[in-house]
Write a protein that binds this ligand. Structure first.
Ligand SMILES: C=C1C[C@]23C[C@@]1(O)CC[C@H]2[C@@]12CCC[C@@](C)(C(=O)O1)[C@H]2[C@@H]3C(=O)O
Ligand code: AKG
Ligand code: FE2
Length: 376
């Protein structure tokens, strides 16, 4: 099960003490040294060079467009990220989940800590899991739900937990449907038509589709946003991620071509779709997992809700047989979601490389494999 798999994967070798780890960011008037980042800390340029123009925008795809499959295929290949509209998720459902998130994060710290994610656990309240890979803390707090939110909701609101649970459970159901639909559109764009190829993902399948986690992220307004980091650069360990961001911008994606961070502006009603590492593996590197991060701002609080979608726990993900031949050997070994999460927890940004089978041929660089080695 997804909830038991991470048991000892996310080590906490953080030098900082609990007081700093659970600092109430909403009441801090000056950026503490524990949260002060320099641009080099995550190994990527801090922002675009001054004076350059930015014609690039992340594609927005209308799911009612008759060419949606082709548009999605193109976006996956060239961006690894796109926004979708006409996705059938009602606006009031997005508003409600946002409200539930705000209600949770505005609780006093001692109350949120009642639902703290245990050091060896996956669900609950805490700092970003990837914090242990960085010497500084991020300007954010998170809450992860895997399976039922009941236990943690009870700890947060002993007498009044139903509303939160209902909202999260409705959201889980709707997101699961949308994720299955997007998954199928992505597979279709790769030429996968026979349902036997991917039984568990089939729209009519009885196997119930994939499994998932929900991550609520809160980014309080920050007194020194240029020296702080909301959520450090990472790729998601998923097949795909569906992200709802509140109406404040902060999400940025990295463009390999121009070596620049591009802001993904909140588009009313749109949901952001990230290609994750498992889709990268499944597509044999054709659809790159997108490197992204969240920056913070001086005046506005920001909230985002990620639906992290992966395969059922028993399924091994490997390059699709239809995409593999003598000239395109499989680039990655088969791996389950839980094994991959364990690998990510250990190797973080080297996780994809660590499951790679062979170097790309003829100097072809898999731009998506952020650690790939060019061979001549
Ligand atoms: C299923 C999962 C993916 C995730 C780790 C997790 O177990 C639950 C939270 C997810 C998240 C969300 C924020 C960014 C991220 C890198 C992290 O630290 O926790 C992702 C993890 C991931 O995709 O690897
Ligand atoms: O807050 C955001 O926009 C990004 C969140 C994110 O990347 C994640 O939850 O994996
Ligand atoms: Fe992410």
């Amino acid at each position: 099960m997804l909830s038991t798999l991470l048991s000892d994967s996310y080590r906490s070798h953080h030098p900082l003490n609990l007081h700093h780890k659970f600092l109430d960011l909403n009441s801090v008037k000056e950026l503490p040294d524990t949260h002060a980042w320099t641009s080099q800390l995550d190994g990527y340029p801090s922002s675009s060079p001054a004076g350059t123009c930015h014609p690039e925008t992340v594609p927005i795809i209308d799911l009612n467009n008759e060419n949606a499959t082709e548009l999605i295929g193109h976006a996956c290949k060239s961006w690894g990220v796109f926004q979708v509209i006409n996705h059938n998720i009602p606006k009031n459902m997005l508003d409600e989940v946002e409200l539930a998130g705000n209600k949770l994060f505005s609780l006093p710290m001692h109350q949120k800590l009642r639902a703290a994610r245990p050091p060896d656990g996956i669900s609950g309240y805490g700092v970003a899991r990837i914090s242990s890979f960085f010497p500084k803390l991020m300007w954010s707090e998170g809450f992860t739900v895997v399976g039922s939110p009941l236990e943690h909701a009870r700890q947060l609101w002993p007498h009044d937990y139903h509303e939160f649970c209902d909202t999260i459970e409705d959201y889980q159901k709707s997101m699961k449907k949308l994720a299955g639909r997007l998954m199928w559109l992505m597979l279709g764009s790769l030429g996968i038509t026979a349902e036997d190829d991917m039984k568990w993902a089939s729209p009519e399948g009885e196997s119930g589709g994939g499994s998932a986690a929900i991550q609520l992220n809160s980014y309080p307004a920050c007194p020194d946003p240029d020296r702080a980091m909301g959520l450090a650069a990472h790729t998601d360990s998923t097949l795909l991620t569906i992200l709802h961001q509140s109406n404040t911008s902060g999400l940025q994606v990295f463009r390999e071509e121009s070596k620049r961070w591009i802001t993904v502006p909140p588009h009313p009603g749109a949901l952001v779709i990230h290609v994750g590492d498992l889709m990268h593996i499944l597509s044999n590197g054709l659809y790159p997992s997108v490197l992204h991060r969240a920056v913070v701002n001086r005046t506005r609080h920001r909230l985002s809700i990620a639906y992290l979608y992966g395969p059922p726990s028993s399924v091994k993900i490997s390059p699709l047989p239809k995409l593999v031949d003598h000239f395109h050997p499989p680039l990655y070994r088969p791996i389950t979601w839980s094994e991959y999460l364990g690998t990510k927890a250990k190797h973080f940004d080297k996780a994809l490389t660590s499951v790679r089978l062979c170097a790309p041929r003829n100097g072809f660089v898999d731009t998506n494999d952020h650690n790939s080695v060019q061979v001549g």
